[in-house]
Design a protein around this ligand. Structure first.
Ligand code: GLC
Length: 464
């Protein structure tokens, strides 16, 4: 890819520090609903092979996936193996205590950190300097409070409904909700029955045991405060763990009036879609909430998930077979037409793409500022392991965008026959504004979990 184009993007990326300053103008942002504790472990292919051996699972049994739900411990191995060999991110849920106990005893963990879209986004927006971030928590014992950054601008509610910095709250009777984040590295190999599988892309498999979030238990103090007082942004997520068997569809529907109350204050409500395994719940989230949100955030897998529930099976299949810019862009436009959500942002390997209505409150250039800040922060997170310290936010400043991302952008600019798009990331298509930003790629990312949440929220709140 020509150095000239890379240098043009380097100039555009030089705005990141100023954009970061502007985020401090944001008065209030709300994050809901899910905050949990993530138990993170890096699993080697060798250890995976050992666990499979201990379990007695044959290769064919390991590959025989009847449901993407964790009913018994062996299902955890099936999920990890699938994600490992395909280099993909998935999250499977469990309501079985035996699965939880098995993970605790057989997998263990390297560290605990903030988990859940709501919790992760609260920390990111807090460190970015949003004046007040109100985070929903349905369980806030010491183990959970410890995952919040020690910042007074990130607040939640104690058992009496008193608003306080989240890290200072300790709701003694609450039980911590712990999810296993099992990360694996690109190039690592797992050998099963003499057959070798090489992991094509660093990624993670999430095994979730979380009774409260599986039932979307909400905190009435939070609902009252956020529906009565205006915020500039709400970043909404946490319905992806619901299941139809557990009343998931009606629980999704119950979010609608809350969303409407936020809307009445003129708040921009962004829905982060997240990997939703239960088809009925996924359909409800897409049809009821995504169509009512001002903005939604997705990765390429979630884009395919949406195609599946809006009857675009052929397009879904095409994206599965070739998950690159050409198909993804086409799919994104189709989803935009079907859902009519004013703004949709897709992120995939090397590129962020936003498609929005021309009348949207945030201009294309403002979006580009936000997306550039997001790409910088995401690279900082990947390069340093976390963005818990303000100095890590701008760690990647001065680094050039990747060839992979520019190649994907080139594909779209060729389709649109718009050469400038490759250099500006701004164009129009099908009556919409299209904004693209190629990203900085970190060769060996120290972490990946929460990357999507970070990208979507910083892109939006940083769009100034
Ligand atoms: C899901 C998982 C949570 C993780 C988050 C990251 O919400 O349940 O454990 O932290 O995704 O995006």
């Amino acid at each position: 890819m020509s150095e000239e184009i890379k240098n043009k993007w380097l100039d555009l990326y030089a705005t990141a520090p100023q954009t970061l300053e502007k985020v401090k103008e944001v008065n209030t942002a709300v994050t809901a609903f899910n905050a949990n504790v993530d138990a993170v472990i890096k699993l080697s292919g060798q250890r995976l092979a050992e666990l499979v051996k201990e379990s007695g699972l044959s290769l064919s049994a390991l590959e025989d996936i009847k449901q993407t739900k964790l009913i018994e411990p062996q299902d955890v191995l099936k999920g990890i193996f699938k994600s490992f060999k395909n280099g993909i991110a998935e999250e499977w849920l469990s309501e079985e205590k035996v699965v939880y106990d098995w993970m605790l005893n057989h997998l263990g963990y390297d560290r605990l950190q903030m988990g859940g879209q709501g919790g992760i986004v609260a920390n990111v927006l807090g460190i970015l300097g949003v004046q007040k971030v109100i985070v929903h928590t349905n369980s806030l014992p010491k183990e959970q409070a410890e995952q919040f950054l020690k910042l007074d601008n990130i607040v939640s509610f104690d058992e009496k409904g008193q608003e306080k910095p989240a890290y200072q709250i300790c709701r003694n009777n609450d039980v911590p909700m712990i999810h296993w984040i099992i990360e694996f590295d690109k190039g690592d190999t797992v050998e099963i029955e003499g057959k070798k599988f090489v992991c094509p892309k660093s990624n993670r498999f999430i095994a979730t045991y979380d009774p409260l979030n599986l039932r979307l238990v909400t905190d009435s103090h939070f609902i009252k405060e956020t529906t009565e007082n205006p915020a500039e942004f709400v970043i909404l997520s946490g319905m992806h763990a619901l299941t139809a068997n557990n009343d998931g569809v009606s629980l999704v529907e119950k979010v609608l009036p809350i969303m409407n109350a936020w809307h009445r204050h003129g708040t921009i409500v962004h829905l982060e879609i997240a990997s939703t395994q239960d088809m009925e719940v996924r359909r409800a989230i897409i049809q009821k909430l995504a169509t009512n949100a001002d903005s939604i955030g997705i990765n390429e897998r979630e884009l395919i998930d949406i195609l599946e529930v809006v009857g675009e099976d052929k397009l879904a299949q095409m994206c599965r077979e070739d998950c690159h810019a050409e198909n993804l862009f086409r799919a994104l436009l189709r989803v935009k037409e079907i859902l009519k959500t004013p703004r949709i942002q897709l992120h995939f390997f090397g590129l962020y793409l936003t498609v929005q209505n021309k009348s949207f409150r945030i201009t294309p250039k403002q979006n580009r500022h936000g997306m550039i800040l997001a790409a910088t922060v995401a690279a900082g997170k990947a390069g340093t392991g976390d963005v818990n310290h303000a100095e890590n936010l701008l760690w990647a400043v001065g680094q050039k965008v990747s060839d992979v991302g520019l190649k994907e952008l080139q594909t779209i600019s060729d389709i649109l026959e718009d050469k400038d798009f490759l250099e500006t990331g701004l164009t129009q298509c099908a009556g919409f504004d299209v904004i693209a930003v190629p990203t900085i790629l970190v060769e060996k990312p120290k972490t990946l979990v929460g990357m999507g949440d970070t990208i979507s929220s910083v892109s939006l709140v940083g769009a100034r």
